[in-house]
Design a binder for this molecule. Structure first.
Ligand SMILES: [Zn+2]
Length: 644
């Protein structure tokens, strides 16, 4: 294989699952990738930035069926949504891979075959916990309940142990090679805490991995054994190869592989830091340089999730602020290895103070003074005095620091340093008071010098900010009358006095209008985003309803749970058996009055331990101002009758 060029830089995001709605977490990974990609381009690297979608699997198949669509039609819709978001966020990816592309499917099959021929993939019997109603094996890490069984996390039903024929990847054979590899490449996983996590997991022993299913139709068929489809992770991870031409554009592939960095959320670290390098070792391909596991964004200190209804829809922020404030906030607020907290207050404060006040004001007043005092063109200056020189020298130091921070994924530190500099330049103007000098004709060259320093600093600042806020940087560059695009100036050629005297500036538009917090909150409340609409009313389909086993239950015994205010323990006849349940109704009903009553019980709810008592089901009640009202049957109905 040809050697990868030293100047090649290949960055990837995970491919996003098409059963998801694009949210701030997807945006975060992709923005980091974009900033790194743009930075490397400035350094003169040849870059390739890959993102895309993971489109196979049972969840997609099922979601499509519910919407009356074919899986590929659902995928097409969601792909459109992701692409729209990347456009709105000014993401400069080079290729968008979809795992349903024929070239991807073919390559995955080829690799599968190769590994099978070598003996790294073999046929065996998979024994696992299986949910009959979802027709799906539970993930291995679903914990055992106390009774020694597992509960399906998707539907809450009890799972059974089932065996089926499947293909395994011989992960156990790669334990030692992986541990050796980690030892020789201590920065393979970043940040270092995550490297340790991976090593200790691998040390505990690696079991062979089941990589096919017979129960999933929407997937890549196993070559010569089409009853089996390749399970999603084996399929998905190979996108990093096929997206760069593996097997269909080997010239491109050889130029960029191995990847410089796979950016991922910390929740999928194991797949990328253990399975993926093992697959690559088996395929005899070079391993990626770095897997970077970034933190999560919390909303008001809690993890965002669809069920909590606190998923942040980036479109609302984009509509009010545009791309750059969001890009800036996400990259500035926390180092990318840690969790960040998104609050509206924090966001608005940072945008107003850093972008509108510090940077926006510097741009406005510098350019307006040049406009007013020099008709837009500084043609002469006096020599640098001490303070002027300091502005230039501080920039030289800044440039080195920023280079180092960007290179080491410390984007927030880079931004911090750039802002220190912006503040210095603002202070420089405040101290030198050019607006006073403008009244004295004999100080004209001095005035020219001061405004030139500020203008040159602005040019340099906008250049350094380009990876993070490309749209605004380009605007500033354009106000300054620069003709070539920022990307055409190499980082190594960037100098303070690249700004030529006599260059005519343009009248600046406001860059970052200040937004009041209350207007932003109002906007969010009135904006019906696709994500929100779904959260308001989450419909279930009839099949899901049918899964609920609701029956008429008769209360045989009831007693108050000692030491509690509200709990009553009930023995309920559900027709086929007697169940123990715990209900929080003692503030309204006495134990005695419940005995003999018939009510509605959900029978197949996952049992829960309440005050040491296993509650095997739940009775239904209306809740009015925190108090329960139980609907009793007034006619005599058969105990155990189904409620529909
Ligand atoms: Zn299930």
């Amino acid at each position: 294989m040809a050697k990868r060029s030293k100047k090649a830089f290949y960055v990837t995001t995970p491919i996003y699952y098409v059963n998801d709605v694009p949210h701030i977490g997807h945006a975060y990974t992709t923005i980091i990738a974009d900033a790194l990609n743009r930075f490397k381009k400035l350094l003169g690297n040849e870059v390739f930035f890959l993102t895309g979608t993971d489109e196979h699997g049972q969840k997609v198949e099922r979601a499509a069926t519910e919407k009356g669509l074919k899986p590929i039609e659902l995928a097409d819709q969601v792909v459109g949504r992701f692409k729209d978001l990347w456009k709105a966020l000014n993401i400069s990816y080079d290729f968008f891979i979809r795992t349903t592309e024929p070239f991807h499917e073919k390559s995955v099959q080829k690799i599968f075959q190769k590994l099978k021929n070598k003996g790294d993939i073999y046929k065996g019997i998979y024994k696992g916990w299986y949910c009959v109603s979802d027709e799906n094996f539970l993930a291995e890490d679903v914990p055992l309940e106390e009774g020694g069984y597992k509960i399906c996390p998707d539907c809450g039903k009890r799972a059974d142990v089932v065996s089926e024929e499947c293909y395994f990847f011989k992960l156990s054979a790669y334990q030692k090679p992986l541990l050796d590899f980690y030892a020789q490449n201590p920065t393979f996983v970043r940040p270092p805490s995550r490297m340790n996590e991976v090593i200790s997991f691998a040390r505990q022993g690696l079991k062979d991995l089941s990589i096919t299913r017979t129960s999933v139709e929407w997937g890549i068929p196993v070559p010569d054994d089409a009853d089996h489809t390749i399970y999603v992770w084996f399929d998905a991870l190979h996108n990093y190869l096929t997206g760069i031409g593996y097997d269909w554009n080997m010239e491109l592939f050889e130029k960029f592989w191995p990847a410089t960095v796979h950016l991922i959320g910390k929740d999928i670290l194991r797949f990328h830091a253990i399975f993926w390098p093992a697959f690559l070792m088996a395929a005899e391909l070079p391993l990626p340089q770095t897997v970077f596991g970034h933190g999560w964004w919390l909303k008001d200190q809690t993890k965002m999730s669809k069920s909590k209804g606190n998923v942040l829809d980036p479109h609302i922020i984009l509509k009010t602020f545009g791309a750059d404030p969001l890009r800036y906030f996400l990259l500035r607020e926390v180092p990318i290895g840690l969790d960040g907290n998104f609050s509206h207050e924090g966001f608005v404060h940072r945008v107003n103070s850093d972008l509108a006040n510090d940077l926006g004001n510097l741009v406005q007043r510098t350019l307006i003074m040049i406009q007013n005092f020099f008709s837009g063109k500084i043609e002469e200056t006096d020599k640098e005095e001490k303070g002027d020189k300091e502005i230039r020298l501080e920039f030289e130091r800044l440039k080195e620091k920023v280079l180092n921070f960007y290179e080491n994924y410390a984007l927030s530190r880079a931004l911090e340093e750039i802002w220190t500099y912006i503040k210095s330049v603002n202070k420089y103007l405040a101290v030198n008071e050019p607006w006073k000098l403008s009244k004295d004709q004999s100080k004209r060259k001095r005035l020219g010098r001061i405004l030139y320093q500020a203008e040159a600093a602005l040019r340099a600042i906008s250049y350094l900010l380009f990876p993070v806020i490309p749209g605004s940087s380009e605007k500033i560059w354009n106000f300054l009358g620069e003709e070539k695009p920022i990307e055409e100036e190499l980082f190594s050629e960037l100098k303070f006095d690249n700004l030529k005297l006599g260059q005519e500036i343009k009248k600046p538009d406001p860059l970052f209008p200040r937004i009041a917090l209350k207007d932003f909150l109002k906007e969010e409340e009135t904006q019906p985003s696709p994500a929100r609409k779904e959260e308001k009313m989450e419909y279930i389909n009839f099949d899901e309803f049918k899964r609920m086993d609701l029956r008429v239950g008769e209360v045989l015994e009831a007693e108050k749970v000692e030491g509690t205010e509200k709990l009553i323990k009930l023995e309920v006849d559900i027709g086929t058996e007697k169940r123990t349940m715990v209900a929080g109704v003692a503030d309204v009903y006495s134990a005695e009055e419940l005995v003999g009553k018939k009510l509605v019980v959900i029978v197949n709810l996952k049992p829960a331990i309440i005050r040491g008592i296993e509650s095997q089901g739940m009775l239904l009640a209306a809740e009015v101002e925190g108090k329960a009202t139980i609907p009793f049957f007034d006619k005599d109905v058969l105990t155990g009758a189904k409620v529909r």
